[in-house]
Design a protein around this ligand. Structure first.
Ligand code: PLP
Length: 395
């Protein structure tokens, strides 16, 4: 018998994918330069040339080793290299035995959620709206409930009162994502501290760990802050899921890692549970070729200045037209207030102007759209008159 839940997941495309497909049709009709596709968070700049050199060098080595299975948690030397990078850069004080290599952040999140929830159906995982839509899918797969906390609409940090009220004895974890998809907002030190303070109190009250899962695919894509505030320095029961998809423009290669904070309560058991969850979900080991690439590219990024310029131009130009835009601190997204209450309707109307922008309903709040700035600079410039026409339509 077919699993109805899986059937519906497979048949129903996400709003982002739906727009992406519509974009293809529009591009065929109007030509690709005349369609402004801001729908998908697919890096638009090539990976650093060094990555291809590293891969070419690796291909000169022994094929047996290169393409063979690594240990399930990832090659030991690779894990140790990541540990020493994290220790040096973020003062983590870990070794490779608390690092688990994954097929990107998506796998990292699925594994982590499975590892730290009971599977009974009672666990609750808190997410801060607006949030990456796949969180719901991954939480559901761990047989837990997604509990969304509303944002403070002035800052797009979480509303702390709502956060406090939503934590119950069943709360197992919260997911944070900074810089954020879809707002581009970064949770600076003070924001992290206030979130952690609430959690410390609630852990004490409920007498069990409440984990922070810090989902960090955009860690290096920071514009207004020079130093990333690393969660392990703020909160003991924390687990990081990282991905090289965005920082190195390698989303199709599926490579990332999980770090269990060495100060986590029973850190070794949490890590063992991560290994068990990876095993149970069928992740035998992460892609070996791209594991072996990691030691030589830690800290390296693609030319992310293009995203900064695009985000800056879009922020300035859309604000000038009259749009209300959340000021981005990083990642490659802008969150823009729709000109009518119904964000789906607004996104549909934008298609008449060949603008592909994602309605915020899919991110768990209404009344906004997400504009991905990982496009070419020309696309950004050429789209501005279209945004003007769309604005005029409503004014
Ligand atoms: N988390 C967030 C917030 C994302 O935006 C994405 C991808 O867009 C992911 C996780 C998944 O990334 P990966 O390609 O590493 O699976």
């Amino acid at each position: 018998m077919i699993n109805e839940k899986m059937l519906s997941l497979g048949q129903k495309r996400s709003a982002i994918r739906e727009l992406f497909e519509q974009g293809k049709i529009l591009k065929e009709k109007y030509g690709k330069d005349n369609v402004f596709d801001f729908s998908i968070g697919n890096p638009s700049i090539p990976c650093p040339a060094k990555i291809n050199d590293i891969i070419r060098n690796l291909l000169n080595g022994s094929s047996i080793e290169l393409h063979g299975y690594t240990s399930a948690q990832g090659d030991k030397k690779v894990r140790d290299a990541i540990a020493s990078y994290l220790n040096k850069t973020y003062d983590v004080n870990t070794d490779g035995d608390l690092i688990y290599l994954t097929s990107g952040a998506a796998a990292g999140l699925s594994i982590t959620l499975k590892a730290i929830t009971s599977g009974s159906g009672d666990d609750e995982v808190i997410v801060f709206a607006p949030f990456f839509p796949e969180y719901k899918v991954f939480i559901d797969n761990a047989n837990a409930k997604t509990i969304a906390v509303k944002p403070d609409y002035k800052t797009f940090y979480p509303d702390l009162n709502d956060f406090k009220n939503k934590i119950t004895k069943n709360t197992s974890a919260i997911i944070i994502n900074s810089p954020n998809n879809p707002t581009g907002v970064y949770y600076k030190k003070e924001v992290l501290e206030s979130i952690c303070k609430v959690l410390e109190e609630k852990q004490y009250e409920f007498e069990h760990p409440i984990y922070i899962i810090s989902d960090e695919p955009y860690r290096e894509l920071l514009y207004t802050y020079t130093k990333y505030d690393f969660i392990t320095n703020f909160y003991k029961n924390s687990i990081v899921t990282y991905s090289f998809s965005k920082s190195l423009s390698l989303p199709g290669e599926r490579i990332g890692y999980i770090l269990v904070n060495p100060n986590c309560e029973s850190a070794n058991e949490v890590y063992a549970s991560v290994c068990g969850a990876g095993r149970s979900l069928g992740y035998v080991c992460a892609n070996s070729l791209f594991q072996y690439m990691i030691p030589e590219c830690l800290g390296l990024t693609s030319d992310i200045s293009i995203y900064l310029n695009n985000s800056y131009t879009l922020y300035e130009e859309l604000s000038k037209i009259g749009y209300e835009v959340v000021k981005p601190d990083g990642a490659f997204y802008l969150f823009v207030k729709a000109l009518i209450d119904d964000d789906n309707e607004f996104s549909k109307k934008a298609l008449d102007y060949n603008l592909l922008i994602v309605p915020s309903e899919s991110f768990g709040i209404s009344g906004y759209v997400r504009v991905a700035s990982c496009v070419t600079e020309k696309q950004v410039r050429d789209s501005i008159p279209k945004f003007k026409e769309l604005y005029k339509y409503y004014m």
